[in-house]
Design a protein. Sequence first.
Length: 293
Amino acid sequence: MEKSKHSLSLVVLAGGLGSRFGGNKQIAEVAGLGCTIMELSIADAHSAGVTQVVLVINQNVRAEVENTILPRLPQGLEVLLVEQHIDSVPQRFVDLASNRVKPWGTGHALLCAKEHIKNPAIVITADDYYGASSFKILSDHFKSEQSWAMVGYPIEATLSTQGGVNRGICQVDSGYLQGVEEYLNITQSDTGLTGVNPLGEQKQIALEALSSMSFWGITPTFLERLEHGFVEFLEMDDSDVKREYYLPDQIQWSIINNKQKVRVYTAQESWYGVTYKSELQDVAGKLYELRHG
């Protein structure tokens, strides 16, 4: 593999359609800051030592990203735009892609960036604010080891007052990830936290549980796994064009089948995200306080 001129990259997954939010939330500006959430993350990543940014976008926002967002990014970054297309599939699955409406999911989005990732990379989603310290944590991690890593956020701090949320709940042993279980419609009540587990059962969730908010540290070997896994996904799900190819599922596959080590770090700052459009103003106020407090 050719040697990279970068020691650490950032991949921003911004290709989703944001169906619950309504519109392209990835390019919604934060009131008072004059920029998007992903620009705050890119600035934090740059401060932590990232020199290359790969933005995975859908073609509908390309012009706005090029004209509005790219000129505002820090100097000294190599920024690449990669479009996530539904028909970006191996040739024998082209017919399957023609029946698809939504993007294939986060695993496919990261796979679209494969040819540009030659070194360790931090992978995030565009509409989540992770805090500057999280980027420093993974930057420091890759200075000392090549295992994969993630920053997890206490579940209680990631809930919404606007409705239930879906979260990946982490199983951790001795500082390493054992797996991530996707719980749906997590809500808080007088009896604590509950959500629907992968078996469709309503279950209690520990308040101290760590939630995966899609803040990963990976190496190029993961992209190889994503490529193989996507073919397996397409072969298995060829009659169902709505299911998504999720990035965490492939990390879990690697843990189970390849004994892959994934270090888990606990976030030192709050996570802020926008699931519902009604949350944007509240999140904007909090982020303004953080950046100008």
